[in-house]
Design a protein around this ligand. Sequence first.
Ligand SMILES: O=C(CO)[C@H](O)[C@H](O)COP(=O)(O)O
Length: 232
Amino acid sequence: MAQLSQDQLKAEVGRAAIRYVTPGTIIGVGTGSTVAYFIEALGEMPSPVAGAVSSSERSTAALRALGIPVLDANEVDHLDLYVDGADEIDPNGCMIKGGGGALTREKIVSSLAERFVCIADASKRVDVLGTFPLPVEVVPMAEASVVRRFAAGVLGTSGTAVLRRNDDGTPYVTDNGQHILDVRGLRIDDPLAMESAVNDWPGVVTVGIFARQRASLCLLGTPDGVATLTFG
Ligand SMILES: O=C(CO)[C@H](O)[C@H](O)COP(=O)(O)O
């Protein structure tokens, strides 16, 4: 049998996540190319969801295009389920997220949810977080100081933080009007401690470590099919 491409693996897990969705409920929806397949599958449910709280303008547009009502996060005090992708996921369900730039809203929406179902292709599974450049959303006037703090080192590791730019060279601007630094070279042995430490720096809006809100389970797309990883 031919090897499935990374995109096909994303499609498999995006569709597989539908089994965790209860028709008639409001769910939290993440952002990214894997989530795009999940949204597509949501649109095909015979009994649809009542609505979704979205983590980005991009996902909002995709949901609305399928006729799925999108609610503001402020209208909801609890969600049973949040489904989102990841850039890396470790053996404890801690993740690096924000490759697609939606980390702040992803953290807000996932914080409302009882259960975080991560959907990812097998390339995202790592033993230690940090090979994927860590996204950090920052207020623009704090960029230089945050770059210096990463260079000086935090919790025994240091990194090179670079401002994310669009193809035309202009700074990438998030849905919240802020910038993103991508930090290379970190070895994140203690995701919880690193998340807290970086969150404390002035001007940091959100660090793309999801350790407080780690995944409850992960549907991992592998060449042998979809594996379900659960985390204690
Ligand atoms: O955190 C994210 C967006 O901010 C995405 O979930 C992450 O980047 C994975 O994306 P993809 O499914 O396209 O590989």
